[in-house]
Design a protein around this ligand. Sequence first.
Ligand code: A2P
Length: 350
Amino acid sequence: KEYNVAILGATGAVGRRMIDQLAKSTIPVKSVKLLASSRSAGTVLKFRDQDLTVEETTPDSFDGIDLVLSSAGGSVSKKFLPEAVKRGAVCVDNTSAFRMEEDVPLVVPEVNPDALKNHHGIIANPNCSTIQMVMALEPIRRKFGLKQIIVSTYQAASGAGQAAINELKKEAQDYLDGKDMQADAKILPTKGDKKHYPLAFNLLPQIDVLEDSGYSHEEWKMIHETKKIMLGDINAKDIKVTATCVRVPVPIAHGESVYFTVEDESATAQDIMDAVANFPGDVLQDDIKHQIYPQPINAEGRRETFVGRIRPDYENKGAFNMWVVADNLLKGAAWNTVENAEYLVKMNLI
Ligand code: A2P
């Protein structure tokens, strides 16, 4: 079987990478339709060596489509994906629109592929920072059991879209030119909030909106998505999770400092390293003698999750620290979406 594929949000930072990842995927593609808003209708983008013209999205855009890959924002997904499902398409959605719905699988294919079997037309891609954390922790959970996760993130500007990368670059230039960069800040920390702050030469401990609980919505996502992916229930208590999410002036690839405790206290740092090194999709970069550890500039453009600085907490048994880096636009978004679609095809679920 060959598939008619639509990419919703094709002109965005993630959408453009979805086109590229689809071109490199094992999915037998019959046709590709590129969808965005009226703003970029008419733009020509390449899929393999074909020139494709971007179209404005309407419900009828999904007539005859088998597979939708979407990353055009939560409200756009809420509006159009039910229309696509009505017309017989299966959708892999990179937004947060449907992630917490009970009948929507939330899937990192290396971690919980069987959840795909329960789909009703929509599969959700987890948040970028959740994906790389569960990629690093799943091999450890399988071998030694997980009790608690305490994570601090160092998240790249591109998580807030292409416009946030442009904003960061302009601020950096203005700073170097001795100009005031406060006026440049229009998007970060998050479009949906009243105040905006520069990210260049700065750190912003706010990703997405701040909630009454005291946590940002990004932190909330990391906690509840991790539980849904690993335990099948957004409120499961078997693994305790807490998070601090920080935006850093890096264009692409998120870093995470992850502190975790395991059930099997006989596990050594070497055991943890072996488990990570043998997990598909993970690359162990941990050689302190040669100063080898994951860095965003090396992870950019790669599909894998990079893990290093694995070391015990010498004051607490069964507790460890590690450092995790992945390209937030690829494993955190476009690649995980296309990879989910590859699994759907392989598992005969489209
Ligand atoms: P457009 O280029 O027409 O604005 P990013 O995450 O990099 O900001 O990209 C967002 C993506 O979502 C872009 O492809 C953008 O298209 C698309 N998009 C935004 N609003 C809509 C909409 N109402 N309908 C369809 N696509 C949209």
